[in-house]
Ligand binder design. Sequence first.
Ligand code: F7E
Length: 330
Amino acid sequence: MRALITGITGQDGSYLTELLLAHGYEVHGLVRRTSTLERSRLQHLYADPDLYNRRLFLHYCDLEDTTTLRRILLRVAPDELYHFAGQSHVGLSFEIAESTVESIAMGTLRLLEILRDLAAPPRLFHAASSEVFGRPLQVPQTELTPMAPVNPYGAAKAFAAQMVRIYREKHGLFLVNGFLYNHESPRRGENFVTRKICRAAAAIHLGQQDQLTLGDTSAQRDWGDARDYVRGMWLSLRHETPGDYVFATGRLHSVQQFVEAAFAVVGLDWRQYLRRDERLLRGQEPAQLVGDASLAEQVLGWKPERDLSSLVRWMVEADLAELAKRPLRR
Ligand code: F7E
């Protein structure tokens, strides 16, 4: 089996690559040319001479570059295509709305346009998001909950997810939408709230940081473990028919609860370190985003295997280990 991953250098791309390699796949990934080589999440695989350029291949390609994208798809001829690429920060999507929509919405549409012309199109997994539901009328949400996004990121994902549905029906392609609720790990970017909190708890414990500054700590999310979610993506493409699936834990927790859990791991009193900064407020928050993943359980046999407390401990301990090796500069 051969897979191609857009966004392979991100959190999900790196865990999925590990999972696919472990199942004997040949894995190809698209990487953007940037002035810095941001591939740290793949470093351990990249540095393995038995894997790199043998079973793991990286190709330079921006999603706007449709000629190159088509050429790579023709040459690689993947059986499965996992599509993660695109600007993924919700707060930032208010600042850079055009490029967010361009990368997520148009990026997905361009990919679908290429797929419909291929003689043997791969199966596609599209990483849609709980953000498409915004302020939903239904709690918890299912695959049938109407989309009602409240930010440019969610609106772009809603467009892309709907296009996936349209191309599946019109062109008979094997296309899957995964409505992914928040999923975290030590490889989460440092500007997402869970990683920011865990890294701060670790750095404060090691005497490398004095405080943690956050925006809205009453905001709630359905947080799961990224390794569970990439397993769901893989299962969804192995099923005999394509469909849409919610991947979620079904449990809501607040940012505040996350802070308390992370500081408890290092035995610190969060009250002494937590500060609020109005500039980190988004103004327009989604509400009650919590998913019902029963369809994924019934059809794919998927269930999240790890809970929030083990996730928080894993993340804080990983940051402790990393900061002990490479302290923060002060
Ligand atoms: O924010 C609040 C913030 O940036 C979570 C992406 O993967 O999941 C992610 O989007 C909550 C929000 O993730 C800070 O206002 C408070 O209510 O970690 P986040 P997100 O916006 O939920 C969805 C499913 C995706 O699809 C996205 O790609 O935490 N919050 N204080 C803060 N958030 C951040 N980032 N930084 C703060 O200081």
